[in-house]
Design a protein around this ligand. Structure first.
Ligand code: DHB
Length: 719
């Protein structure tokens, strides 16, 4: 082999290097999970490090640039192929790699010069065995890859002849409608049910409607906006990670009065509302078509459709530099994801495959009510907040339930849960001692994750936590609840019955966290999201075209009721012990250890973890936290995030971390806990649209000033 032709000096150097990597290889022998959670921007060295292979991994922070309108089209940049198979690639440890040289044979160690003939013979024989095993192993992986390729091909072929649609907007195909928006008539044009990708997997779920105030088509002005400057409001109707319907303008909504779409129209916004694929979608050919990341691919495709057609003048109104997304719960998560991931390359192959327009997909502002986001860290956050609760009230995984105005709830004030949210039970279920232990473990893990995020408050203090769960971040969370209480007090609400709140002289001064938890009660079991029996809505969201449910955290995978996988911590210890033994072993023993380890590894290889665990890149593509601060991504500059004071569908820590991370990356964030609300959205439309009006008008003013300056500069130049 290559090493045999080196001179002896090089051999020694190489031997040392190989040995070093070998030792490292022993240590990294076990984390077959690294690939599943590796981000696309991890470096080569990170990819093989065990610490990187944990659910708590976060991408490196870096300063984000402000949204840049001149950004190159993402389609022109390097792309990755879609990995339909969600392949869970085992880490090839250096110990086992073919062609790396085997210490002692190709690369003799000095202390091996004195080996006896018998010892050399044994070494030769063992190395022969090792080479045979290595080839066997390679063959095994080749065959598995082939099998997967064939499966993927069958999937691709099943959709090869799907109908193609034009994504060129037809301005002549509309109807004119008039509706009553809180007492004011609003006339608008409705361009309805337009498929927004050329090659939809499910046309019904991949179409959008555009509503434009009629006034703009006659040169009119509404709320200070014109056809040119009207912001584009893009709500999504996703809930429970289920398929989202088009949000039609409606005169009556849950919280009374016009719904968000009609409210927006009456305030001079152009409304674009896409239907979006969700986790329950199944094609008649049997393949799943709405699994992650389908929903964000669709939302982005809809944004691209609007830019593509508006820029060409086909859509007659709306400013594509003022696109504002909105959603509630899973829809809030989706809105946040759209806002965070503008033009991110990860999604490009999916967008291409769906036949999305070649356009930018960054937006101006993202609004999220109670976002069920950061899913791979949500279990830890939940236990950090709700560990002390002794029962939970979840009646089962999220499933379609008819939306009711006042669904039964264990907490009187928690009403009208969105359609597709998990169903609440009237009676609690006791948390078992085993679950309590799991909870404690997750709770502590949360502090590690949180601390790794390196979040800072507005004064620059690190929002961290001690392993016991106390620290500045907890104080920050409490301050959010107190701020909500204070706002309620200031608007004349009676908060005297709030048992967990201490008010002194009209000031909300203290909250009792345990009392809070006891009052609002814990909705979800342990763990809250990645269920050990894989029955949660989120498990269903992370399925693939061929497998409906998957885990998306290493922790749940290790505790899965469906598969037994080695625990990372234990594996690490075993690997370290192996490395120690290897270090001390004689040359013959070293070969024996290598052979035994290889055989052991081959036994483990038989378990294809990709059947049980979501692809790491897909997990990343569902999490806005993983994109904020990435210099290649255009994250929306404006954010509005709300979480109800009584919401227990996810921990307040989840939207709080999102908000702080955004702020730390120089985004403008309006983040508040809303008094009196549980898991709900769109309950404060006047405030919401006052906020959008403000940010849009500031932008328009700034743009006008900039334009004027440029004009002046040009004039000066020409003088
Ligand atoms: C929703 C609620 C949940 O509790 C959840 O886990 C996922 C989605 C929702 O209402 O959309």
């Amino acid at each position: 082999m290559l090493l045999n032709i080196c001179n002896s000096k090089t051999k020694k150097v190489l031997a040392a290097a190989v040995f070093a990597s070998l030792l490292q290889g022993v240590v990294i022998a076990t984390p077959v999970f690294a690939e599943a959670v590796a981000t696309s921007e991890t470096t080569a060295s990170q990819e093989t490090s065990t610490s990187e292979a944990t659910v708590t991994q976060v991408p490196k922070q870096s300063k984000a640039k402000a949204a840049d309108n001149t950004v190159a089209l993402p389609d022109t940049t390097e792309q990755n192929e879609i990995d339909h198979s969600a392949e869970f690639k085992p880490v090839q440890n250096e110990f086992l790699k073919e062609g790396e040289g085997i210490p002692g044979s190709e690369v003799p160690y000095q202390n091996e010069r004195s080996l006896s003939n018998e010892e050399w013979k044994a070494i030769d024989s063992l190395e022969k065995d090792i080479r045979i095993l290595q080839r066997e192993r390679e063959e095994f992986f080749k065959n598995r890859a082939k099998e997967k390729e064939e499966k993927e091909k069958a999937f691709t072929n099943a959709f090869k002849n799907r109908q193609e649609y034009s994504i060129v907007f037809n301005p002549d195909d509309y109807s004119t409608k008039t509706m009553d928006a809180n007492g004011e008539p609003v006339t608008f044009r409705a361009y309805e049910h337009l498929v927004y990708v050329k090659k939809p997997y499910d046309p019904e779920s991949q179409m959008l409607s555009i509503f434009i105030p009629e006034a703009y088509l006659k040169g009119g002005t509404i709320n200070g906006f014109t056809a040119e400057t009207a912001p584009i409001f893009m709500p999504n109707g996703v809930g429970g990670y289920m398929p989202g319907q088009i949000v039609e303008p409606r005169e009556e909504s849950r919280h009374g009065g016009a719904n968000a779409a009609l409210y927006a129209l009456s305030n001079g916004y152009v409304v674009v509302s896409p239907a979006i694929r969700g986790r329950s979608l199944k094609h008649e050919n049997g393949y799943e078509t709405g699994k992650a990341p389908a929903l964000i691919v669709d939302y982005k495709a809809a944004v691209r459709f609007v830019r593509f057609n508006r820029k060409a003048g086909r859509i007659p109104a709306g400013d594509t530099e003022k696109i504002i997304s909105s959603g509630t719960s899973a829809g809030g998560a989706l809105s946040a994801l759209l806002g965070a991931t503008g033009n991110a390359k990860d999604y490009v192959p999916y967008l291409k495959e769906a036949g999305a327009a070649k356009e930018r997909d960054d937006i101006f502002a993202s609004m999220a009510y109670c976002p069920i986001t950061n899913l791979e860290n949500a279990d830890m956050a939940y236990e950090w907040m709700f560990h002390n609760a002794n029962e939970y009230y979840n009646a089962g995984p999220a499933r379609r339930v008819p939306p009711t105005a006042n669904s039964a709830s264990p907490v009187g004030a928690v009403q009208d849960r969105p359609a597709n949210a998990p169903v609440e039970a009237a009676k609690g279920t006791a948390i078992t001692p085993e679950q309590k232990e799991i909870s404690a473990e997750l709770k502590e893990k949360f502090t590690e994750y949180l601390n790794d995020l390196n979040l800072r408050d507005s004064l620059g203090n690190r929002l961290n936590l001690a392993p016991d769960g106390y620290g500045l971040f907890r104080e920050y969370i409490e301050s959010l609840y107190l701020e909500a209480a204070q706002n309620a007090i200031d608007t004349g609400e009676d908060v005297s019955k709030t048992s967990w709140l201490t008010v002194s002289d009209g000031t909300a001064v203290h909250m009792d966290f345990d009392k809070y938890v006891a009052t609002v009660k814990r909705l979800k079991g342990v763990p809250a999201f990645d269920a050990f029996d894989m029955t949660s809505g989120e498990n269903n969201e992370f399925g693939t075209y061929d497998i409906p449910n998957k885990h998306f955290t290493r922790y749940a995978l290790e505790h899965s009721q469906l598969v037994t996988v080695p625990k990372e911590e234990e594996e690490k210890e075993i690997a370290e012990e192996k490395a120690r033994q290897y270090n001390l072993a004689s040359p013959v023993e070293k070969r024996q250890l290598r052979k035994a380890n290889l055989e052991e590894q081959m036994e483990k290889d038989k378990l294809d973890l990709s059947q049980y665990m979501a692809n790491g890149r897909v997990i990343k593509m569902m999490n806005p936290m993983r994109y904020i601060g990435n210099p290649d991504v255009q994250t929306a500059p404006h954010w509005r995030i709300r979480h109800g004071v009584l919401d227990r569908d996810t921990a307040l820590a989840i939207p709080a971390m999102l908000a702080v991370k955004l702020k730390n990356n120089d985004k403008a964030v309006d983040f508040k806990v809303a008094w009196g609300y549980g898991h709900a959205g769109d309950y404060d439309l006047p405030e919401l649209f006052a906020w959008t009006d403000r940010i849009c008008k500031i932008k328009d003013k700034a743009d006008a000033i900039l334009k004027e300056e440029q004009k002046k500069a040009k004039a000066k130049e020409q003088e």
